[in-house]
Design a protein around this ligand. Sequence first.
Ligand SMILES: [Zn+2]
Length: 65
Amino acid sequence: MAMCQVCRRTLLAGERYRMWHWERRDQTICVVCEPLAEEAGAVRVVDAYESVRATGLTQTVRRVA
Ligand SMILES: [Zn+2]
């Protein structure tokens, strides 16, 4: 279950977030809080957004080939 470390909100299914390095830790930060985090000195770790999956679980894709 993904939670934004800034607003302490549990992210909803389909909501986008990215990892930021802040206060010596990698933190999950939602799109809404990104400007805040950046102002506070956080450094973005990845370029790509991730989305919260409806199940909350990372599913293993079984390849059939
Ligand atoms: Zn947030």
